[in-house]
Structure formats: C-alpha cells, structure tokens
Write a protein that binds this ligand. Structure first.
Ligand SMILES: Cc1ncc(COP(=O)(O)O)c(C=O)c1O
Length: 450
C-alpha cells in the first residue's frame, strides 16, 4: 500500500514492546488520526510498503470489479492489526475508523460543553440523521425506525409490547437467540399466552422446507411468528420474506431477528415486509457499541406499546414514543451515521458479495480437508457469511486457544451443541490472505494434532 495523506501507521513486523508503546501513545494522543508517524520511533524513510496498515484518508471509490488491493484498502480503515485474522463478526465486529473518529469527535464536543445547544445538536440533528441513514439502508422510512441498545432489547420491546393473553399463540424457532426464545417463554408465563416451538432440523431443508415447517405450526390462535434471519448456530439463512408472507396471509404478525444479517446482507425490508425487524450496530454494521435497531412496520404501530416511558423521544413516527429512554449516549448514537455511510460508500450489494465470497472461499478450503464436517450449507440461497464446521476429532477448545494464541486467528468455539466445532464469520475487512492462513492453520492442526 502507498503512503496516503493522514495515514496512521503500525508495522506488522513491530516488536511486542513497540506495539505496547504504540498502544500507550494511542491512548495518550486521544485520537489515532493525530498520532504523528515519528511517535512510532521510526522515520517515514524506514518504512516499507508492508508496514502501512491504518489510514483515515477517504476510501477510494469502489471499482467496478473490486480486487484484493481495494479490500486491503478497506481493511486499512479498521484498527485490527494486520497480523490478527479476525473471523468473529457473528459475535462482535470492530468499529470502522470513520465510526470511531466520529464518535470521538462528538464526545469531545459534548464533554467540552454539555450545554443545551451542543446536546440538542447531537440528540436532535445527530440522532435524526442516524435514523434517516438507517431507514435508507433498510429501504424503509425513518418513521418506522427506533434506535435501541441492541437486538436483545429490540426483541424484548416486541415481546413486552404486544397485547397477548391466554388463548393466544406465538410461534418461535428453537434456534432463535434467547432474547427471541426464552424471552417469549418468560412473558408467556406472565401474560398467559402459549409458545409453540418449531424445532431445528439437522440440515437446511431448502426454502420451501423451512416455510412448510413454520406453516405447519400456524393455528387460528396464532398471533405472531418470531424467527431468525441467519442462524448463529448453524449458519442457515431462512426464507424470511416467504415466512412473513405466510404469516401476513393468516393475519399473523412477524418478528425477524436480523442480528446476523443487518450490516452484511443488502437488506430490503420493503420486500421482506416483516412487522418487526431487529439488529445490532456493533455486529456486522461495524458501528458503535450498544446501539441497536428496531423496525416497526407503519401498519402495526398502533398494536405495540412502548416498554419505557420517559423523555427525549425521537422526532418522527414511532420513535416519538419508543425512544423516550431519558438521557442517552448522544455522541455515539450520532456516530451511527458515519458507520453506515462508510458501508454505504462501498456499496451494500458489493459488501454482501465480498463477505459471501470470503465465506465461500473458506468453506471450499475447509471442505477440501480430510475429516472436516461442514455444518453450514454452502448454497448461497441457504447461508450468508457464517461458517460452522467440525474440525475432525480435534478438541475444539484446545484448537480455539491454539488458533488465538499461536496463529492469531479469532473464532468462536462451540462445544456440546447441536452443531459442535468452530464458528468463523468473515466480513468485508478480511482479505483472502486471512482465509488462506486460516485454512492452512486448520490443515496443520488436523495433521499434527493440537
Ligand atoms: C440471532 C441473534 N440475535 C440476537 C443476538 C444478541 O445480540 P446483542 O447482544 O447485540 O443484543 C445475537 C448475538 O449473537 C444473535 O446471534
């Protein structure tokens, strides 16, 4: 990579001590963007092209056919060091530099003067701009967007907010996250309605198979179906538009948990047509932590009650009543804008293609290794960018530790579950080199043991 104006530099070859020094300097300087190159103790002349890793310069325009060079440029907008292969997007993503810098700028502005003027600038204009961009990204209207803390809270706002009573039924999928499974069961005990659980299946049954599974569960008493767009346990992608349509045809509400879809799939909620859709900004959108999304379809807004009543609601639509959470972290809410703009500037369809390309390459590489059992269905109609597999008979916990400590590859280990093994979730900040390194590491441990 070439030197760019405003570049921040850390060498992949830097010694541990230098890296620690760098971290301290980063903390002292307050902003990565202000860190002078000399702070690294090396002059520009000492640095080779491979040393360049981070930059806050604007990302070049996405080429018609983005190559590895472009994706390395994208990666340079993340603080994850080059020698760390981060494959854990399904858990938590690094925020992009534009999001970090916007957050920091907002915070400094705020803390320099928490006056009504500055506060309302962030809380009103900043938050509403974030809402507008969220709505654009999902192809819906700002009047249908609530900015929450995370998917967990969003799911709970739905299960706590509907008028459900004895005799009513709610269909859930056994593979839902606890916030969309246990939460329904707990509220059923309180309000008297019944939860009907659609079981998981050993392998993706195809879109029609999944629709049939859910359709079989509908009864005249069904009031809502709660599903997950992309499963964090199997990697299965559900035909959510079809499931929502089946629900709608029966006058049943739909809640889609998009925690593993929002920020990686090029979503169009005007096609999926859920009544409720939820997500987290700290996962695939690479935004600030503890920010979530709740979409409430205009058509059903009069059927759900807010769970928190306070002040400082949003300016438009459902946010007026659903966001009155009292004082919030306005600086980071306003920074959602830059996170979403950054992804939008690459192009959401381009980003989805890239993440899928990385997941595909990973699946192809793993499948070629003797002993690997891929749980995730590689058909792009059946999965997105989550890859789950069993690495032969290797002890998964030890393997996870070895990957982190020896190979600097970050993944999730899964033991004692329906699909045991490793979960890897590549995203647009990964490179093909990351994928090759990972497949090579798994190959090495399959051959040598761990
Ligand atoms: C499908 C699904 N829903 C909800 C969540 C919870 O997300 P958060 O912790 O951001 O609320 C997760 C977390 O991994 C998830 O995979």
């Amino acid at each position: 990579m070439m030197t760019r104006p405003g570049s921040i530099i850390i060498s992949a070859a830097m010694s541990t001590v230098t890296r620690r020094d760098f971290t301290r300097l980063l903390a002292l300087s307050g902003t990565a963007g202000l860190l002078p190159i000399s702070a690294l103790g090396r002059s520009r002349a000492d640095l080779g092209p491979d040393d360049f890793d981070w930059t806050n310069a604007p990302l070049p325009q996405t080429p018609a056919a983005p190559d590895e060079r472009f994706w390395r440029d994208v990666r340079a907008r993340f603080l994850v060091p080059r020698d760390l292969t981060f494959l854990n997007a399904a858990n938590l993503c690094p925020a992009s530099l534009p999001a970090i810098e916007a957050h920091e700028k907002n915070l400094r502005l705020y803390e320099a003067s928490p006056s009504p003027d500055v506060r309302s600038g962030l809380m009103t204009r900043g938050k509403e701009e974030s809402r507008k961009i969220l709505a654009e990204a999902l192809r819906v209207t700002p009047e249908e967007i609530v900015i929450t803390r995370n998917t967990t809270e969003s799911n709970n706002f739905v299960s706590s907010g509907l008028d459900l009573k004895a005799g009513d039924e709610v269909i859930v999928w056994a593979d839902n996250h606890p916030s969309n499974l246990n939460a329904w069961r707990t509220k059923a005990q309180r309000f008297g309605f019944t939860v009907v659980t659609v079981p998981t299946v050993p392998a993706h049954p195809g879109a029609a198979g999944y629709v049939e599974l859910f359709a079989k569960a509908f009864t005249p008493r069904t009031k809502l179906v709660a599903v997950t767009h992309v499963s964090s346990n199997s990697g299965d992608m559900l035909p959510v538009a079809d499931i929502c349509a089946a629900a709608r045809a029966r006058g049943v509400l739909s809640l889609v948990d998009g925690a593993q879809a929002f920020g990686v799939l090029d979503l169009d909620l005007s096609i999926i047509k859920p009544d409720f859709y939820t997500g987290s900004m700290h996962k695939w959108p690479c935004g600030p932590k503890e920010k979530g999304l709740l979409f409430i379809n205009r058509a059903v807004q009069d059927r759900v009650h807010p769970s928190v009543i306070g002040v400082y609601g949003g300016q438009v639509g459902i946010s007026r009543t659903f966001e009155t959470h009292g004082q919030r972290d306005d600086a980071s809410i306003a920074a959602l804008t830059e996170a979403l703009k950054f992804q939008g500037s690459i192009g959401r369809a381009v980003l989805e293609r890239r993440s899928r390309q990385l997941a595909r390459a990973l699946m192809d590489g793993l499948r070629a290794l003797e002993g690997v059992k891929l749980w995730t269905d590689p058909d792009p109609a059946r999965s997105a960018a989550i890859v789950i597999f069993q690495p032969g008979t290797l002890d998964v916990r030890r393997l996870g530790t070895a990957l982190t400590e020896k190979d600097r590859i970050i993944v999730t280990t899964r033991t004692g579950q329906q699909w045991p093994g490793l979960r890897m979730a590549p995203h647009f900040y990964n490179t093909m080199e990351d994928i090759d390194r990972t497949v090579a590491a798994i190959k090495k441990y399959l051959a040598s043991g761990v």
